[in-house]
Design a binder for this molecule. Structure first.
Ligand SMILES: C[S@@+](CC[C@H](N)C(=O)[O-])C[C@H]1O[C@@H](n2cnc3c(N)ncnc32)[C@H](O)[C@@H]1O
Length: 310
């Protein structure tokens, strides 16, 4: 397999000059192979300890201890100008009480002397329908840096302005355009569809990242040739985003089936053939003529009868 960047090389264990290292095994066994200061960006979504098919639910304190071990080892590998982005939702206890994981992860990272730069809200429309609380439709990304001297490239991730023709209306710049022609800062509320059944990137993994989400982090927090690491890589979405933009990638995953898919996707990303949702495509809004967006008459009858009996 080749690309403009040369032949694809996907190594099974860490080699500093190999573009992609996709390791099958525990995250600490990969991280310990990476020398101090080699990583520019860590992006990951760990298991939430909620009993998904790829995890065994454990005591919450033990879970946090394991998260601390992973983050500590990530920080050791981080370059001084590097960043760590931990994407999490809620841990849900057996009685339904929720524990927003970012509250706990923040404390761990602050104790490791990382500095929080943004708490990004990732909002999406689809997911489980809850019966005894409002359905969860956002998760967070905690973006930390190791020092105050960190890489942040805003221009590659600017988004279109709402009013690009707006002008300064008073003062010395009166009459001149007030917007940056490259677009505006995307802000810290990101509306990006999550990968559900009809998504073009869907694999067998139940919780994969949309590639666009990682691309924004890769483009803004790294430069070409930098190393991007995902200690819980799943089907390799982080690696794909890194390779698409000529960064190096390393990831660890316990499940052999997911690693196989990650290697396949990384090869396609390298060749520019990976099926993916284009960056910046607006979220789909059904039109009035879409059949599934119309209330079927038989359901409408049920709805009316339920309303009158309330
Ligand atoms: C939330 S998923 C990450 C999905 C990923 N972001 C993607 O786009 O495919 C967490 C992954 O961590 C893996 N995992 C769990 N414990 C692990 C460990 N100790 N070392 C490496 N991977 C682990 C799980 O098998 C699961 O695929």
């Amino acid at each position: 397999m080749t690309s403009l960047w040369g032949d694809v090389q996907i190594a099974p264990s860490y080699e500093p000059d190999t573009p992609a290292v996709l390791f099958q095994g525990d995250r600490l066994d990969l991280l310990r192979q990476i020398p101090d200061g080699h990583t520019k960006l860590v992006v990951t979504s760990p298991p939430y300890n909620i009993g998904k098919k790829y995890e065994t639910k454990i005591d919450f304190d033990e879970y946090l201890k394991q998260q601390k071990e992973t983050i500590g080892e990530c920080v050791r590998t981080l370059a001084p100008d590097g960043s760590l982005c931990w994407q999490v939702g809620n841990h849900v206890a057996s009685d339904g009480e929720i524990f927003p994981l970012d509250i706990f992860i923040y404390r761990i990272c602050a104790d490791l002397r990382l500095k929080l730069r943004n708490r990004i809200i990732w909002s999406f429309e689809h997911g489980l329908h809850c019966r005894r609380r409002f359905s969860g439709r956002y998760e967070t990304i905690l973006w930390f840096t190791k020092t105050d001297d960190y890489t942040f490239n805003l221009d590659p991730v600017r988004v279109p302005q709402k009013y690009p023709g707006k002008r300064h209306f008073k003062g010395p710049k009166a009459g001149q355009f007030s917007c940056n022609p490259l677009g505006k800062n995307p802000g810290d509320l990101w509306v990006i569809p999550n990968v559900k059944h009809n998504h073009i990137e869907k694999t067998i993994h139940p919780c994969q990242f949309p590639i666009e989400l990682v691309e924004r982090l890769v483009l803004s927090l790294t430069n070409e040739g930098d190393l991007v690491v995902d200690p819980y890589m799943g089907v390799g979405s982080t690696a794909c985003a890194a390779l698409l933009h000529h960064r190096r990638a390393a990831g660890a995953e316990l499940q052999a089936g997911y690693v196989k898919i990650a290697r396949h996707r990384a090869g396609l990303a390298w060749e520019g053939r990976l099926p993916r949702r284009p960056v910046g495509r607006p979220v789909y809004v059904p039109g009035p003529k879409d059949r599934v967006a119309q209330m079927p008459p038989e359901l409408d009858l049920v709805r009316r009868s339920l309303r009158t009996t309330r």
